[in-house]
Design a binder for this molecule. Structure first.
Ligand SMILES: NC(=O)c1ccc[n+]([C@@H]2O[C@H](COP(=O)([O-])OP(=O)(O)OC[C@H]3O[C@@H](n4cnc5c(N)ncnc54)[C@H](O)[C@@H]3O)[C@@H](O)[C@H]2O)c1
Ligand SMILES: O=C(O)[C@H](O)COP(=O)(O)O
Length: 334
């Protein structure tokens, strides 16, 4: 039996990785076609998240004719695409979440949707550590001084230096794929780890207010949900010890960024490091761009060569399960 597969990637290499992984992992004959979607796929938004309607739907519908399995990074599985693709049975998204798939409509159409949880856990955890250290060692600021011809000696003064990780406490808010990785890495630094995650039972788990009170560093790793929306605001930052450091490589919605800027300006926070923002790209003129001791990266924590390779392997392994008639490991449910 030959399975018709469409690899709908956003990038030549991405598609190659997906196809190589399929050939490696999936038993039997595959008839693989390719569709390269533009990156970023407008009007999807920054990382290609969309519910319905897009200008690539027509192209996708055409490419899905007679196709049983689609592997993709960001192709939209809208109701219109589903209605026009009666042969489709499996839609495998190589992202940490089943982005751009209308799960209700897929369920009604009998199309299974899988995704690749944890694909970028290591990349994001490593970036979190890099950001935490960069903020507390003030690496971007001192680099900028040097690049501007200024050799400052006062960085050794007590008020200008941050806490060490060794022997200090790091509070992790969210203990899923990424939070756990960060905790493992922090062991090597000699830090004490506290965790706040209502849904995970782990030694060192505390309520959020205790975590904030006791932590010299707080790093956020919860998903954006109605419950986590704005969970770190002025009151929570005020509860952190003076001179502590806040890191957000999760989602902008978790944090009140105005409160972060206020706390940096007043000196209550020694530093903050952010990879994600309420509005991306950050609008020109935003206060974030001029707040002292706020270091920023443009939502790239999850990016690495391994992330792309992991994504391809996780997706291909589920396609292989599908072909063998086994239960799918990473099935997305509405
Ligand atoms: N910056 C990036 O490039 C990047 C890359 C990947 C993931 N992320 C983000 O990082 C975050 C963590 O991702 P993950 O893969 O570890 O997710 P995950 O789903 O594996 O873990 C999230 C954890 O948050 C916990 N949680 C839920 N509600 C909570 C609450 N009220 N308080 C504390 N914890 C709560 C869950 O129980 C879960 O353990 C997500 O927001 C994700 O979108 C960002
Ligand atoms: O933050 C993100 O969305 C990442 O850049 C991609 O992560 P994902 O694998 O969870 O989509």
């Amino acid at each position: 039996m030959t399975i018709r597969v469409l690899a709908a990637g956003d990038h030549f290499v991405q598609n190659r990785l997906l196809i190589d992984a399929l050939r490696r992992e999936v038993p039997g004959e595959l008839d693989i076609s390719e569709l390269t979607l533009p990156w970023p796929v407008e009007p999807f938004g920054r990382v290609g998240e969309v519910d319905e309607a897009s200008d690539v739907e027509d192209e996708l519908i055409e490419a899905l004719r007679g196709v049983e399995v689609c592997v993709t990074q960001m192709a939209p599985l809208t109701k219109r695409v589903l209605d026009a693709s009666p042969d489709l049975r499996l839609f495998s998204v190589s992202r940490g979440g089943p982005v751009n798939a209308n799960l209700e409509a897929a369920k009604a159409a009998g199309v299974a949707v899988t995704f690749a949880p944890g694909r970028n856990a290591v990349a994001t955890a490593e970036h979190t550590l890099a950001m935490l250290l960069a903020a507390t060692r003030r690496i971007p600021q001192t680099h900028d001084d040097l690049a501007g011809g200024v050799w400052r000696g006062d960085y050794y003064m007590y008020d200008n230096v941050g806490p060490e990780l060794d022997g200090n406490t790091v509070g992790l808010v969210g203990y899923g794929a990424i939070g756990r990785r960060v905790a493992r890495m922090l062991e090597g630094f000699g830090a004490q780890v506290l965790v706040h995650d209502p849904y995970v039972d782990v030694p060192g788990r505390v309520e959020l207010d205790e975590l904030l009170r006791r932590s010299h560093f707080v790093s956020l790793h919860a998903r954006a949900t109605p419950e986590t929306n704005g969970m770190i605001g002025a009151a929570e930052i005020a509860a952190m010890p003076r001179g502590s450091v806040l890191v957000n490589c999760a989602r902008g919605a978790l944090v009140d960024y105005d409160a972060v800027c206020d706390a940096l300006e007043s000196g209550h926070l020694f530093g903050a490091a952010m990879d994600v923002f309420p509005e991306e790209p950050i609008p020109a003129g935003s206060r974030l761009l001029t707040t002292p001791n706020l270091i920023m990266t443009p939502h790239l924590a999850g990016a690495s060569k391994q992330t792309a390779m992991n994504a391809a392997s996780i997706v291909a392994a589920d396609v292989a399960r599908y072909v063998r008639g086994e239960p799918l490991a990473h099935l997305a449910t509405p």
